[in-house]
Design a protein around this ligand. Sequence first.
Ligand code: SF4
Length: 246
Amino acid sequence: MICGFMPVSLADYPGLVAATAFVYGCNFRCPYCHNSGILGAGVLSRKNPDFAEGPVRFYRNEEITGYLSSRKKLIDGLCITGGEPTLWKGLKAFAADVKALGLRVKLDTNGSRPDVLEEMIENRLVDYVAMDIKAPIPKYGQFIMDEGDIENVKRSVKILMDHSASGGNPDYEFRTTVHERILGMDDIELMGRWLSGAKRYVLQAYRYSPEVLDADFCGTKPCSPEFLEQSKALVSRYVAEILIRS
Ligand code: SF4
């Protein structure tokens, strides 16, 4: 269910003016998560007792589509993020409603529901996918609650790369939050090899905020520019386009 809405963003959908809808709930527990208030009941009190989970305002789908319909000339698309949107049973119907308005849909996902991802691609309900790569496979356990999701993430990577290789939609990026406290250069190398042949890989610099789920783990200092540049140089051996978002 949608629990947050940003009417205009220039940063969420590459190259487009988009609105952003946040979907409640997530099956991962990334220590650097900035959206910890919408992951699900009790998360903050366990991980960050200083930060109380405030009341969440839920939206009816029609509130969002009504707004989008009235701004179609100003907005190119909608970014659906979270939380983890693919856990929401209403995702496909909602994306279909947005597509019916003639707008483009971007999906942000942790890749844990490959069947939903594939169905959305097959039914042309998504134009751009941004999929998180949390860590090399041996370290995924630090970010997830169910070990079974590792195989799901691997399947989602393959789905996106296979669709792209066969010339089909959607456009996509893989993206990793980077900080020297969270991942070492050997981890960056392993992820680069895993994603070898991918179209686009985005390295996002970790930034602290009071909402971060586990600041003890991540620290309060931002990722150093040097580490980002070294990471970029390493993974550019494997992936054609590397972008840094800091
Ligand atoms: S997958 Fe995204 S929303 Fe879920 S815990 Fe990780 S960073 Fe937060």
